[in-house]
Design a protein around this ligand. Structure first.
Ligand SMILES: Cc1cc2nc3c(=O)[nH]c(=O)nc-3n(C[C@H](O)[C@H](O)[C@H](O)COP(=O)(O)O)c2cc1C
Length: 358
């Protein structure tokens, strides 16, 4: 029996349990997968300078994001097709998020309908939007998110086309016939069949997602939905400033977990310049390669209010459904809490940049 101590253990267990089709889809990234490795390595290359003798016997991890209070500065990033990992899919993730009081971002490309996930008691659901070429269908989807109690729209901006994901091409990625993408129903296309020279998903994307998106669409989405809009996929400080100017409530510093343009900068390296440009005018969040409690602390020290987890949640689902996702969140929470204590921090406001050796 393998002992589960950290997120790498859960990844190993999940890899044994899920299909090859799902594993290659989840684990992979763009081209040579340089950015995937860099996201993690960049965290490891930052050294901490712990503060001592601060009476850290009582600590609070509480965090506010978009005006809501959560148990900790860790949330669930949108990842597509979670039923590939576990039959309960996005419902299991939402239940775990609710139990742990963290936000969950639901992907447009979910395998369970937005309405059904939104019904999970106590979940703070944010809806990730890919804007379809059919703007009326997009408007309808954004309004469905608002009507079903989603707290924000998360507009993913790094994906006018899908990155070149060679593992998906090699493994002939497809959605099994018993699964569909119900949020695409308005377009009359809910399946992803196997492609020949490109992945089925890449083809589905090219057919349905609008590569003509611009900054104006941030305001359009806010107007049609009445929801705060978070822009996901920012790596540059000038784009972060544009997000402020176009009324975004937040940004997620992200390179899509290394799945879009390969050799894009590691997110933790992109963060400092962005934080400096934004100056607290909106909530900055980050995802990509967060696997340890010290990674969370480093992101907060460099100006993020919270981090989000992509693949670790999928591994948790594959390992043990709702319980597995809870386990992932508990492990990271406990590591982060310990990192705070060992660095002399009693709350998230005390996590400051001088804790890093620069
Ligand atoms: C299998 C998989 C599917 C994803 N699907 C989406 C998606 O539908 N929409 C989106 O905005 N981001 C998607 N992402 C990107 C994640 O939201 C997030 O940016 C990334 O996974 C964070 O990096 P990490 O996996 O190292 O934590 C996906 C990532 C993975 C691994």
């Amino acid at each position: 029996m393998t002992t589960i101590i950290n997120l790498n253990d859960i990844e190993r267990k999940a890899a044994e349990q899920i299909s090859h089709n799902a594993h290659e889809y989840y684990v992979g990234g763009g081209a040579d997968e340089i950015t995937i490795a860099e996201n993690k390595r960049a965290f490891q290359e930052i050294s901490l300078l712990p503060r001592v003798l601060r009476n850290v016997s009582h600590r609070s991890l509480e965090t506010s994001l978009l005006g809501q209070t959560f148990a900790m500065p860790i949330g669930i990033a949108p990842t597509a097709m979670q039923r590939l990992a576990h039959t309960d899919g996005e419902l299991a993730t939402a239940r775990a998020a609710a139990a742990m009081n963290v936000p969950m971002i639901l992907s447009t490309t979910s395998t369970i309908a937005l309405e059904d996930v939104a019904r999970v008691k106590g979940v703070s659901l944010w809806f990730q939007v890919y804007v379809y070429k059919d703007r009326e269908a997009t408007r309808e989807l954004a309004q469905r998110a608002a009507q079903n109690g989603c707290k924000a729209l998360v507009l993913t901006v790094d994906t006018p086309y899908l990155g070149k994901r060679e593992r998906e091409i090699r493994s002939g990625f497809h959605l099994p016939p018993n699964m569909e993408l119900p949020n695409y129903r308005a377009l009359g296309t809910t399946s992803v069949s196997q492609g020949k020279e490109e992945s089925g998903l890449a083809r589905h994307f090219t057919e349905n997602i609008d590569p003509a998106l611009t900054w104006k669409d941030v305001e359009w989405l806010r107007t049609v939905s009445g929801l705060p809009v978070v822009v996901k996929g920012i790596l540059r400080s000038d784009d972060a400033t544009m997000a402020v100017e176009h009324g975004a409530a937040g940004i997620i510093v992200s390179n899509h977990g290394g799945r879009q343009v390969d050799t894009a900068l590691a997110t933790i390296r992109a963060l400092p310049a962005i934080a400096e440009a934004v100056e607290n005018r909106l909530d900055i969040m980050l995802d990509g390669g967060v696997r340890r409690g010290t990674d969370v602390l480093k992101a907060l020290a460099l100006g993020a209010k919270a981090v989000f987890l992509g693949r670790p949640v999928l591994w948790g689902l594959g390992y043990d459904g709702e319980q597995g996702v809870k386990r992932v969140l508990e492990i990271l929470r406990d590591e982060f809490d310990l990192a705070m204590a060992l660095c002399g921090c009693r709350n998230v406001a005390e996590i400051t940049r001088d804790l890093l050796y620069e």
